[in-house]
Write a protein that binds this ligand. Structure first.
Ligand code: SAH
Ligand code: SF4
Ligand code: F3S
Length: 444
């Protein structure tokens, strides 16, 4: 009988995309996927190391799984992803019920690793690669609604922002062969999918140079090719590093209606001094120039961001500069974090983590409160507008309502009427909260 694998994922979209590659590798090797820990022979936890609280969550989960292991001694736990790469053998020493660790570039070796573990051994595969992109692997769609899917277009990162662990857990930046990306998107389209999100830590530095004489493919070229597969296939992407956001990309977006009007442009701080310490390689005025360019080429584009409160030596003035920037840009959505020192980063070696936790929290809360107000004002100004919505499914709150997203990636909730998930419908906004637009379905 086949042995069962249960995969649990934490962290960014790239990790969720990786879990689908892992599922493909293991099903090809003869394992079956299951939906609960109770049915599983192996629990695989695909982890994130970006902040300490992400790691603590995983450790808590690993300890919680001891109970299931006490009930069933054959149950084995493996840690995959960024925490496995960061901590390597240490993780197995610290968490005794973990049988193996496997880093993000070593997933092809999972079948060997699992075979070893079945013989009662423990193992670690944590070597990083400069070339691995899993480009020949057709991911098994896990969390899917059958409508929207992720496609990894590159791996790794070498921007070395001073606070960030990703270059150490994911290795060197490398781009995936565009032909395999197009093939994956086409297969999704043929299987009824209507939205793909192209993923990389810094998609704007995507670049593929084929064999001698062939022209290079950059990110705007790739976007155009995916968008031209079919007008009914929406294309999204994440994440854009502001330093590399080109006018060429904005022009390609403007020329294709099915490239969604939403750009995630993490700013991290509104203070030039902080940006320099963070090694972000742009200034506030450069960032605002990119925001202006977005508004010029794509007047209806939403802009979202990431921000860190309480980075090394951040003063009240630096913090106020971040609040000012938020007021100026008026983000549609923001992911807001407290600075968390990560071992091995430039900041951990050279910059003091000197902002007391209560001040970090107070600053974060101030940013969250401001963003809440701005988002609500933004949403209020949407009332009366009509959007094309890709219907995704039943609303979590009511079976009588459906939800979907507009091109700007805002969620709209509306009475279901005759709408069907997986189709496009016109919805008029009638009301809102800070997070959601409420609307009415227009006749077809
Ligand atoms: N590649 C993306 C970001 C990936 S990590 C980019 O450069 O935009 C997602 C977000 O986590 C980052 O944008 C940053 O805001 C946050 N982050 C990263 N390291 C962090 C740390 N040490 N402490 C707090 N937040 C962090
Ligand atoms: Fe981390 Fe910076 Fe790379 Fe983003 S660009 S993953 S923040 S090092
Ligand atoms: Fe976390 Fe790794 Fe993504 S550290 S944010 S899962 S690249």
């Amino acid at each position: 009988m086949k042995e069962n694998i249960y995969i649990e994922s934490y962290g960014c979209q790239m990790n969720f995309a990786d879990s689908e590659v892992i599922a493909a590798i293991l099903t090809q090797a003869g394992y079956a996927l299951c939906d609960t820990v109770e049915e599983a022979d192996f629990v695989l936890i695909n982890t994130c190391a970006i902040r300490d609280n992400a790691e603590q969550r995983v450790r808590h989960r690993v300890r919680e799984l001891r109970a299931a292991q006490n009930r069933r001694h054959t149950l084995r736990i493996g840690i995959l992803g960024c925490m496995a790469e960061r901590l390597q053998h240490r993780l197995m020493e610290e968490e005794e019920n973990v049988s193996f660790v496997c880093g993000p570039d070593a997933y092809r070796r999972l079948p060997n690793l699992l075979a070893l573990v079945r013989q009662g051994q423990r193992g670690a595969e944590v070597e990083l690669s400069t070339v691995e992109t899993y480009d020949d692997i057709d991911p098994v769609r896990l969390s899917g609604n059958g409508i929207s899917a992720y496609i990894s277009i590159m791996r790794g990162c070498q921007n070395f922002c001073a606070y960030c662990v990703v270059p150490y857990t994911r290795g060197r930046e490398r781009s995936r062969n565009p032909e395999t990306i197009i093939r994956e998107a086409r297969t999704l389209l043929e299987n009824g999918y209507r939205e793909v999100t192209l993923l990389g830590q810094n998609v704007n530095s995507y670049r593929w140079q084929g064999p001698n004489g062939t022209t290079a493919v950059d990110f705007p070229d790739l976007m155009a090719r995916v968008a031209e597969l079919h007008p009914q296939l929406r294309v999204r992407f994440a994440t854009s590093h502001p330093k590399d956001l080109s006018d060429k990309l904005l022009q390609v977006m403007a020329a294709h209606d099915n490239i969604c009007r939403c750009i995630h442009l993490p700013v991290q701080s509104g203070s030039d001094r902080m940006l320099q310490l963070m090694n972000r390689k742009y200034s506030v005025s450069w960032y605002l120039d990119r925001v202006d360019a977005i508004r010029r080429y794509l007047p209806d584009c939403s802009i979202t961001t990431d921000v860190i409160a309480g980075f090394s030596t951040e003063t009240d003035d630096d913090h106020r500069a971040t609040l000012d920037l938020f007021r100026r840009v008026r983000y549609d959505y923001a992911y807001m974090f407290k600075y968390s020192l990560r071992e091995g980063t430039f900041a951990s070696r050279h910059l003091p983590d000197d902002i007391p936790d209560d001040i970090k929290t107070a600053r974060l809360n101030e940013i969250i409160a401001l963003q809440g107000e701005l988002a609500l004002e933004n949403n209020r100004s949407e009332i009366g507008r009509t959007y094309e919505v890709l219907v995704e499914g039943t609303s979590h709150r009511s079976k009588e309502r459906l939800f979907g997203r507009n091109s700007q990636n805002k969620v709209l909730v509306f009475d279901k009427g005759d709408a069907v998930p997986g189709t496009y419908r016109q919805v008029r906004v009638t009301d809102c909260t800070a997070a959601t637009l409420l609307g009415e379905l227009l006749p077809q």
